[in-house]
Write a protein that binds this ligand. Structure first.
Ligand SMILES: CC(C)(COP(=O)(O)OP(=O)(O)OC[C@H]1O[C@@H](n2cnc3c(N)ncnc32)[C@H](O)[C@@H]1OP(=O)(O)O)[C@@H](O)C(=O)NCCC(=O)NCCS
Length: 147
């Protein structure tokens, strides 16, 4: 397998459109949902991080900066590349970006089936399970230490 290159991309670019397509395929279509124009417009102020392998976008996540923390959302790896360590590297890249930008912690709404993945990455549950996009989620957080 070739090396994966991670980078930050801008909202509205062809790379961003490719990340939306990946998220639609991996996160929304299985739930029978589609992204709305309004939803995507709100992502203008978010930070979009992606992984490329062989010029193909295979992983994506977004960060929403908050006061001392940031929210990680829309974490997705293309189906054919899941289970190969890409999700782990993507989360590492998000955490490094958050640390470089002065955030003390990073939190997310983890889908219930992905909770073991985040637990392995050091994320701790906060509160009880709740429903979002029609499925069970858990709020999880990781305190970040400097690089
Ligand atoms: C969840 C997801 C991002 C994980 O990425 P990935 O590339 O498949 O995961 P990795 O190969 O990096 O796995 C890292 C570790 O987590 C474990 N893991 C990954 N997904 C898991 C799951 N759903 N349940 C249990 N363990 C899991 C792996 O076995 C691996 O463990 P190891 O370090 O002991 O070998 C990816 O599978 C995905 O995109 N899933 C569909 C969309 C999704 O659920 N996104 C998250 C929304 S909150």
């Amino acid at each position: 397998m070739n090396a994966v290159c991670f980078k930050v991309i801008d909202h509205g670019t062809p790379e961003y459109q490719a990340s939306v397509a990946l998220r639609q395929e991996v996160l929304r279509t299985p739930l029978g949902l589609v992204f709305t124009t309004e939803e995507l417009a709100k992502e203008k102020d978010h930070i979009h991080l992606v992984g490329f392998s062989d010029d193909k976008l295979i992983a994506t996540a977004s960060l929403v900066p908050e006061l001392f923390t940031c929210k990680m959302r829309q974490v997705a790896v293309s189906t054919s590349m899941q289970g190969l360590g890409m999700g782990s590297k993507l989360v590492d890249f998000c955490e490094s970006h958050a640390i470089e930008n002065g955030h003390q912690s990073i939190h997310c709404h983890a889908r219930e089936y992905a909770v073991p993945f985040y637990t392995k990455k050091g994320y701790i549950p906060e509160g009880e399970y709740f429903i979002e996009v029609n499925i069970s989620h858990l709020h999880m957080r990781k305190v970040l230490s400097a690089l």
